[in-house]
Design a protein around this ligand. Sequence first.
Ligand code: F6P
Length: 316
Amino acid sequence: MRFGVLTSGGDAPGMNAALRAVVRTAIHYGHHIYGIKNGYQGLIENDMVLLLREDVSGMLTKGGTFLGTARSKDFLKLEVRELAIRNLQKRNIDALIVIGGDGTFRGAQALIEMGVNVIAIPATIDNDLGGTDFTIGFNTALNTIVEGIDKLRDTSSSHQRCSIIETMGREGGDLAIYAGICGGAEFIITKQHSVDKDKMIQTLAQWKKEGRRQAIIVATENIFNVHDLAEEITQKSGFATRATVLGYIQRGGAPVPQDRVLATQLGVYAVELAMEGIYGVGVGVRQETLVNAKVVDILSEVDDRSPLYELVDKVS
Ligand code: F6P
């Protein structure tokens, strides 16, 4: 068989480990595999190279993606996807493995509907895709955030301040909710777990009066302007507050062991599914079992996974 593999969308730690697993497994079974550069953009531009076993040496531990990634707006156009498909056909590529988040899965679905044999591997720090308990990269980003919260707690308590930490996650709240629980946050604000701002400020004012030395608020991006919120809390509650936006730091770094294992499991599984002729699916691990589901179903699955939301109010 001839495989193509690409990484697309926001990079996630463990993408390289997944590439390594895909490339090595394909070669292990005697197949050829092309690495497509910069996501779907490389498919459009016919920017692909035949990969060898040694091309992925050392990739298990490296953050980012050695193939490069992009968010290709052009790929939304039908004529552009037709060009991409012609590029796959020119090289007789039978199976395309895409690694990325929801945008990547939507691109995969568009190709599936045009008859391409695609398998999608979930890799995004946001953990906002159905079909798997965890996406590749989530646990590494979580570790980075928790490390940040622990450090901010040191300085907040020394200065008797409140700290707001803004996490990534787009619409998904998993990074904030998991990190907030790990970091012992007093308030966790996500789209799925909203907090009444005025009540929160009243509580902080009360805590300040009672002599609490510090408070931690973890919030998902795009809900508040956290710097304005810090100013408002300071003014109204008397609790001096500072905001920290962790930003792209969350996307970098060597993948933690869970992400290396997950990436390896899913990479091997994706190649083996293709060899069985199973396409149009996304792979995942649910309750420690490898699973696959139609990409179209994964995209329509409602994210109702986090029972952790119920814990937050009880322990904060
Ligand atoms: O999807 C991953 C992610 O890091 C989100 O958490 C964030 O909202 C977005 O990508 C940022 O995208 P960009 O890299 O295009 O700025």
